[in-house]
Write a protein that binds this ligand. Sequence first.
Ligand code: ADP
Ligand code: MG
Length: 259
Amino acid sequence: MSTIKQQSSPVVALAGARKAFGDNEVLRGVSLSVDPGEVVAVIGPSGGGKSTLLRCLTLLETLDAGSLSYGELSVARDEGGKTRYVKGPELKRAREHFGLVFQNYNLFPHMTVMQNITDAPVRVQKRQRAEVELEAQALVAKMGLEGCENKVPCQLSGGQQQRVSIARALAMNPEVLYFDEPTSALDPELTAEVLRVIKALAAENMTMVIVTHEMGFAREVADRVLFMDGGVIVEEGPAEQVIDHPREARTRAFLSHLS
Ligand code: ADP
Ligand code: MG
């Protein structure tokens, strides 16, 4: 009998990513592959390229060089040091693989909580409204937002708004959820409630890549921690290694400034 180890293909794979803004080389050869159910935390100093990395992964920016694939779908190929992207329906399919939660929630201000959550599944995915609303109701409960369904964002706390934006991303049934400093605009008590729902998602094996400056949270939730600085991944590994026993001087310097 053969004992071939079952290989699960990565949800997302980025290889050799380069991105410059003018003369500023912001990503200088970043490779990252995330397996189903894995939670990756990205830490590092401001200006290190973390948001640009997420923006390239979510197709808000294009790579100059390198390749990107989601599951079997090759979204961007490196052709001799220049990246070429798929177009039209394939690009649209690529976007269905992921969701993104920003630092500043980015909710539609004139829409209710329910409308914010159901808008894209109904309008973009063309799903049945009744079914989408049922799912949205379950997401509202899961995010602890009961009673907020008909409120508009300005009637909610920052923590509630962020939980709506997580629900909105989940309503699209993404395979991977990206977070860019999801709690950096929040007071400590509101931060805790947002971190709690992200931890609950991790417990359900949601695949996530989370840029965060919350080291305690990263240690608790992440299977793997990446330390990014100067457009490269300087060090990566389990939290016990990268956060508690960093090998690289730059990682140690960054962590010592936090405490
Ligand atoms: P981080 O999220 O780690 O703080 P960013 O990815 O936001 O880092 O930024 C990395 C560098 O890229 C910074 O020097 C920033 O000024 C630059 N940068 C990011 N986005 C743009 C842009 N749209 N145009 C020009 N420069 C940018
Ligand atoms: Mg950033």
